[in-house]
Structure formats: C-alpha cells, structure tokens
Design a protein around this ligand. Structure first.
Ligand SMILES: C[S@@+](CC[C@H](N)C(=O)[O-])C[C@H]1O[C@@H](n2cnc3c(N)ncnc32)[C@H](O)[C@@H]1O
Length: 291
C-alpha cells in the first residue's frame, strides 16, 4: 500500500486551492476546509460507529441498515471491475466492506491527513486502530457464506492499494493520481453534503467525482437527509440539508440512471446529540453511456 499526496488537491494541511480557480463560492469552500482542520477522527468514530448507531443486535440501528443497502447492490451481480474508489473515506472503511470484493484494486481517499493516517493505522493493524471487526462480521453474516470475518478483513487490507488526498471541489478530485474516466465504480458516504456550502456546490461536486467514472460505471452513495450540522470533537461542521427529491434530482441532472434509492428515518433512539440528522439516503446509480 502506498500513501500519496498531491499539492493541488490539498493534503489537509496547506492551501488546498490554486488561486486561478477562485470563484464566488470558493471563499465559502475555503472556510469549510479551514473548519475541517479541527475534525477529530476519534471523536467522529465515537459519535457514529458505536452503539446505539452501530448496534448489530438491533434491527433498527442505522449502521446495519447502511451495510444491508450496500450488500444488496453488490449482490446484484452488476457491479465489478478493476478499480473502486471511495470518495471522502474519513476514518472509516465500513462503506467498502461489500464492494471491495468485486474489484481488483481499492483506493481510499480523504481530504484530511489525520483521516488518512487513521486509515493507515487500521490497514497496518497498528495499536489504537478502530475495531471494524463487528462490522466485518455483520457483513459476513449478510453475505451468508459462513466465512470467518478475519479472512474478509485480511483480504480488504490486501486489496487497498492507495490512501490518497481528494478534493471534491476540484474538476479532477484526485489530481494526477487518477485520470478522468478511468474508475469502474465509486463509493461515497456522508461526504458531498458534509463539505459543500450549498446545493449547487453539492451538485457540482457530484459532477466532479462523476468525471472519474467510466461511462456505465456505478456509484453507491450514502448520505444525510435534512441535516444542518454534525460534531467531530471541537469541530462543528455545516451540512447541506438535502431532501430525497433534491438528492434524486442531483443524480438525474448529472447524468445517472438511478438503479435503487432507499431512505431511513432516524428513530429517536439514534438521535444522540452529535448532529441534527433526520434521515439517511442510499443511492445506487449508473453513469449513462453518453451524456
Ligand atoms: C462526515 S465525514 C464522512 C466520513 C466517512 N465517509 C463516513 O461514512 O463516516 C466527511 C469527510 O469528508 C472529508 N472532506 C472534507 N472536505 C473535503 C473535500 N473538499 N473533498 C473531499 N472530502 C472532504 C472530511 O475530511 C471527512 O472525512
């Protein structure tokens, strides 16, 4: 596994934008980037990836719902290829636990170096890494092959070839690391709406990441519905509040066919004071052969 850096896409530490691309929106985008500098991966994991949100004994818990959506799309037999890219991985890997099996190479990405370091810690099985074991075990039970979860974990660690910077607000979100039109599928969870200043910027970001995909390529996206903020330690991050309709329209306008769309209403028991999210969407969409 190689860990890359690219000055134009930003490494989460320095200046993430080249001056000639500054537009009216850019100052807001830049403010969001600055706000992310206080994002704390450990606090974020604690807020979202332990019970009650990740309770594998509770059928209403949100993480099992997300894993089932992803597993169902991946079981369709229609998704697969050479390269899978996860956009805005953050410090998490649950979002690729089904899809990674269908690709030869998996690339994880994030804007912040602290998140890329957190991912490396898990990939190298270092002390203090987050325990994704229960999540992997759950996906193994959905898949129903009777495989010991440790084997899936080992395979995922081997399959990830790179952890690289990304900036969804750039026309080439992965800079020179991956050329447009070279990726077979994308996964992205809670990224685009969590780092865009408004709906047009969310749609533009979707267009930017779509440029990476081959025609006919697939995207599996999970995101927040009707959320205005979330917490990650000292950081309070603004979120573009999306409805189901706005989400579907964005995919339609950017040139996708929606293959599956599901939504989840956040039960009171999952509202734990770390955000104001009202629901979650899952989209499986396929880029049209020609736009
Ligand atoms: C809410 S977290 C989502 C993390 C993870 N994918 C999950 O499912 O929990 C949003 C992620 O977007 C990343 N991010 C912030 N600005 C970004 C940008 N301009 N381009 C891409 N990712 C960005 C953050 O570093 C953070 O990891």
């Amino acid at each position: 596994m190689e860990v890359g850096g690219h000055p134009e896409t930003g490494d989460g530490k320095g200046e993430p934008f080249s001056s000639n691309r500054i537009t009216a929106n850019m100052s807001t985008i830049k403010a969001i980037a600055e706000n992310y500098q206080t994002f704390n991966p450990a606090a974020y994991l604690q807020n979202n990836y332990v019970p009650p949100r990740a309770d594998f004994s509770n059928p209403d818990s949100v993480v099992p719902w997300k894993l089932k959506c992803l597993a169902d799309a991946c079981a369709s037999g229609e998704i697969g290829g050479q390269i899978l890219v996860d956009i805005g991985s953050g410090p998490t890997v649950y979002q690729v636990l089904s899809a990674f099996e269908l690709f030869k190479e998996v690339i994880l990405t994030d804007f912040l170096e602290v998140n890329r370091e957190e991912l490396k810690k898990w990939l190298h099985d270092e002390p203090g890494a987050f325990d994704w074991g229960p999540f992997i075990n759950h996906v193994c039970s959905i898949e129903g092959k009777g495989e010991p979860w440790q084997e899936k974990q080992k395979r995922l660690r081997e399959r990830v070839s790179r952890v690289i910077p990304v900036n969804i607000h750039q026309p080439c979100p992965l800079g020179t690391e991956l050329a447009p039109g070279t990726v077979d599928a994308l996964v992205s969870s809670f990224c685009l709406e969590a780092c865009s200043p408004n709906y047009p910027a969310f749609v533009k970001a979707l267009e930017n990441i779509t440029g990476l995909l081959k025609p006919g390529g697939h995207v599996l996206m999970i995101g927040a519905l009707e959320e205005s903020y979330f917490l990650a330690g000292k950081a309070k991050l603004s979120v573009v509040s999306l409805t189901e309709e706005m989400t579907r329209k964005a995919f339609y306008d950017v040139g996708y066919v929606i293959r599956d769309f599901r939504s989840y209403t956040m039960p009171e028991s999952m509202k734990v004071g770390v955000d104001d999210v009202q629901g979650i969407f899952f989209v499986w969409a396929q880029k049209k052969e020609s736009n």
